[in-house]
Structures are given as C-alpha cells and as structure tokens.
Design a protein. Structure first.
Length: 321
C-alpha cells in the first residue's frame, strides 16, 4: 500500500507497486494447487491461507450461484459460483418506471462496482439506456439524477471513515470506445463524477481517489482526473499501449495502475507474457512513479501461466529504465 501511495503522489517508490487478485472461481477450480503456487510468492500474497473447504460459503451475494436481488430491485443471475453475476432482470421498463423509481433507503456507504454508469444499464437494460441517452431528454436526466442522489448519500456516509485511498469502480468503456461517445459522456456523466469526487475532496483535499474502469476509456481519462481521480486503473488491451503512453505520459502525467492483459494470459506462451509486461513497463515507467501493475488471475489461466505472470511482474517491478 505504501508504494502505491508513493506512486500516486510521484514520490519515487523503491519498486513499481504490484497488486495481484485471485477471483474465487480460481480457488474453486484449482484448490490446493493454487495455494501451493501463492505460497511460493509471499511478496504478493503475504503468506495468505485460504479455507479451501469453505470458499463458496464466504462469497459475496453476486458471486454465488443462483439469483440475487439488489437494493434497487435489479435481478442478478449466476450460473457459476466464484465469478460475478450479470443483471438479467431490469426493474425499469419504460419512462413511467423512471419517474416512479424510488431511491433505496440504505445509507451504509456501500458503493459496489458499477455504482453510477453501469447502475443505469442495470436498472433499465442496455437498449433502453442507449435510446434514452440518444434522446437526451427528461427520461435519462431523471434516471441519472436519482442514481446520483443515492450515490451522494453513500459517499457522504464514508467520509468520516476513509483510509488513505478511497476506491471506486465503474466500467465506462466498451472494447472499442464509449457506448455513448465521449462528448455525450462529458455532458451527462462527467458532472456526476465531478460531484461525487468533489464531495470527497471538499471534505479532505488530500484524500486520494482511485478509480477502476474497464473498457476503452483513454478519451476521457483527463476528464476523470479533472473530476478528482488521482489514479486510474485502465485495461491494457482495450485502450492500447500507444494511447496510454500518449494520454498518460506525453500529453500529461496521469498515474495509472495498469490492468495487465487478462485476455492474453490464458493463451499466451511464457515468453509472450514476459514480452507483454516488459513492453508495458518500459513504455510507461517514470522514476517518480505514476505506475502500478495490476494482475487478475481467474480459473481460465493455466497454473503454469500464472507462475509465468508472477515471475515477470517480480522481475519488472524492479525496473529502473
């Protein structure tokens, strides 16, 4: 954590910070083999021991097999325990439902992944959301305002108990760009993130804000910084290394915790894995910091590829240019 903070603040961390997460589905599939692998890399896992007999007992609701109804009435379905569910039951069917939509009462500070933009899609479905965004009339503005109002309550609830970094996650991009386009995003969505993150900065100006966001979002990365984000967690493949270098190093310095290529890892050779990580580090490294490496491991990655990934990030976290 201390190295990540130093990287965000560009205080010359000793090594490039590396974060490795393992989805529950990987523990369910590999069990003791995965435990032995993590035991070999205490620098990333700190000697963590997993209760392999009870992995499924400790899953978050949306990671359990079956159906989960959230506080908004969205119906999440999951066929495979250990991976995130998807919303297939959207409570908002038409414009009348938007106007009658009730903001949930809970004020517990819980802001799950997909708290703002994806929440809109969860509530009304992708097709309705895209139509209403395109029309840009009262319907979309009312829906956005209700979700924003709820999120402002939730952010206010966490203000007294924030750590050094407060984390947010909302996937704003598709594989090739923003579904609603960058200009429409700036008109409709950017004010929401500015208000939410502005509330935090007004309470504590030095507070660090970290935002995970999947998809091709390089066009709006400077906008998110303007909204108050101190470090972004973008995907390598969706954004492209050239775009990340241009936007985050040449045009301005934007601290990023780079999400390494999860789509490559299941099928890559070990040399391809090392080449990928080397190219990312060599292109984005700054002695001051502004770079972290984020690794997500799931069941579709062979164990020997997991080891190759960990070996490569161990090697390149010491990179000095």
């Amino acid at each position: 954590m201390s190295e990540l903070i130093e990287a965000i603040r560009m205080e010359h961390p000793d090594t490039i910070p590396v974060g490795v997460s393992i989805l529950p589905a990987a523990w369910i599939r590999y069990g003791e083999e995965l435990q032995r692998l993590t035991d070999d890399y205490p620098q990333f896992f700190g000697g963590r021991k997993v209760d392999l007999a009870h992995v499924e007992d400790h899953l978050a609701p949306s990671y359990r097999k079956g159906i989960y109804i959230d506080e908004w009435g969205c119906e999440w379905h999951n066929e495979h325990a250990g991976n995130e569910a998807i919303v297939v039951g959207h409570p908002v069917k038409d414009e009348d439902d938007v106007m009658n939509l009730r903001i949930p009462d809970c004020r517990d500070g819980r802001l799950p992944h997909g708290f703002m933009y994806l929440r809109l899609l969860d509530l009304c479905g992708f097709e309705n959301a895209m139509v209403w965004f395109a029309e840009e009339d009262e319907t979309i503005h009312t829906l956005v305002d209700k979700v924003l109002e709820y999120n402002l309550y939730q952010v206010a609830a966490i203000l007294p108990r924030m750590g050094e970094i407060v984390y947010f996650g909302d996937d704003l991009g598709m594989q090739k760009g923003l579904a609603i386009g960058a200009d429409r995003w700036r008109r409709i969505m950017k004010p929401c993130f500015r208000k939410l993150y502005g509330l935090i900065k007004a309470y504590k100006p030095s507070q660090l804000i970290y935002m995970h966001t999947d998809g091709c979002i390089w066009e709006i990365m400077p906008d998110l910084v303007e909204c108050g984000v101190d470090m972004l967690n973008p995907q390598f493949r969706a954004n492209g290394l050239d775009n990340l270098v241009r936007v985050c190093r040449r045009e301005q310095i934007i601290p990023i915790n780079l999400d390494l290529d999860r789509q490559l890892f299941p099928v890559a050779t070990h040399s391809q894995i090392e080449d990928h990580i080397a190219a990312a580090v060599e292109s984005l490294y700054l002695p001051e910091g502004a770079l972290g490496l984020n690794v997500e491991l799931n069941y579709e990655i062979p164990l020997d590829n997991m080891a190759a990934i960990l070996d490569a990030v161990e090697k390149y976290r010491h990179y000095r240019g």
